[in-house]
Write a protein of this length. Sequence first.
Length: 492
Amino acid sequence: MSIRMRLTLWYSGVLLLTLMILGVGLYSSLHYVYFGDVRRGVQAQAEDIYSRIKPDIYVSRKGLYINLQLDESDLRNNNILLQFNDLESKNVTRNPPLIKTDIQFQVSNAAIQAAQERKGYFEQARYRGVDILIYNHPVLLDGGPIAILQVGHVVANDLQLFRTLKYTLISLGIVTVALAATIGWFLSRKALKPIDNVIAAFDQIQIGEDLSKRIAYDGPQDEIGRLTDTINGMLGRLQVAYTELEEAYRAQRRFVSDASHELRTPLTTIRGNVDLLEKMWGQLEQDTTSGSNSNGNMDLSLEAMRDISDEAARMSRLVNSLLSLARADAGYVLEKHILELQPLVEEVSRKANLFPKKAQWRAGDLSALEGIRIMGNPDYLQQLLFIFIENAFKYTPEGVVWVDALESEDGSQIGLRISDTGIGMDKDEVPHIFERFYRADVSRGRTQGTGLGLSIAKWIIDEHEGSIEVTTRKGEGTSFIIWLPVVSREQD
C-alpha cells in the first residue's frame, strides 16, 4: 500500500472517529435536554392535576367506596392524555372514568411498585402505532396509595424529529468523510509529489548513470524540502566520490601501464646482454680451443656486465619506490620523534655535494634552522630532501642548485627551499608533477627517472603534516619550498 493511500486512510479514519464522537455527543446531549424538558413538563402537569383531585369517601351496602372528583373544564384544551387506574384491593371509582382519550393505558408492575413506594414513574409505550410518554403519579389517601394518575404526552413527532436528526448526522458524516478523503487524496498527492520526483530522479540516475542530475524542488523548506536538499547533497557527494573513483581507476591503469613500461626497459637490456654474454662465452671457448686472441670478447663481456649491473640497480630503485608508494596506499604511518632539523639538513647538503651532477651545488643560508625542532622521521626526511635535490640536478644541465632555509611570518613553520636554474616547467604542469609516473619533459627519455620520486616526496610531506610550495618558470628554473611545523626552539 502506498504512502498516499495510507495517509488518506489514516486521515479519513481519524476524521470519521471525530465525527462519530461529535455526532453521538451532539445527539445524546440534544436528546437528553429535549426529553428532559418534556418529562419535566409532563410531571408538572401531573402535579397540577393531582392537586385538583377531591376524593369523596362514602359507605354503601357493599362496603367503603372512594370517589375521585376532578374538574376537567380547564383541561379540555391541554395537549395531554389523562387516566385513573385503581390499585388492587381498593374500591375506587373515577369521575369521569376516562378523560381526554379513549386509549386504555396499561399499568406496569414497575409503576405499581413505584406507587407503593410513593414515587412517580416514567415509562414509554406504544398504543395504536403512537408513541406516548406516560408519567404515573400515585394518588395517596391517609398516606397510602389508592390509585395511579397517568398523564400521557404524545412523543411520536419528537421521536421522528430525532430520527431525522440521526439520519441527517449520519448522512452528513458520510458525505464529509468522502469529501475529506477526496481532498486528502489530492493534497497528499500534491505533498508527496517531490518524493515522486526523487524516485524519478533516482530512476534516471540508475538507468543513465548520470550523477549530475538533481531533484528540482521550489516549495517551502519543510520536511520534504529538507529531504530534497539532503538527497541533492548526497548526490553531489556521490558524484564527487564517483569522479574520484574514476580518476583513481584511470590512475591505477596508468600506474600499471607505466610501471610495466619502466620495468620492461631494464629487463630487455638485461636479457639482451645475457644473450650477448652467452654468445661471447661460446666464442671464448672456441678461441681458447683454437688458441686465438680473446681480448676483444673480454672487453665486450665486461661492458655487458656493467649494463646488467646498472639496469639491475635501476630496477631495484624502481621496486623500492613502488614499495614506498604501496606503503602509503596501505596507510603506513611513519614513526616520528622530536629532532633537530639543522644537523640533518647540513648532513644532506654534505652528501649532495658528492652526487653525480653537471650543475654546481651550493649550501645557502641555513641560519633560520638554528635551534629548530620538529616531529619527524630522520630517514624519510633525508630521502625527501634527496628526492628534490636529485630532481633539481636532473633538470639542470648547467647552472646552480642550492638549498636554504626560511621561516614563516608567525614562526609556526620552517621552510626548506631547494632551487635550481634549470629548464623549469610550464605553470599548467605544476598540478600534475606529484602524480605517479608523470614526467614534465614530453619525451620521457630526455632525462632518466621513474616519475615516482615526487609522489613519494608528497607522501612524506603529508605524513609530517607539512605542505609544499612550487615556483617555476620555463627556461629559468624551479624552486620547491617544503614547509614543516615547528615543535619547539632551543632558546625556548
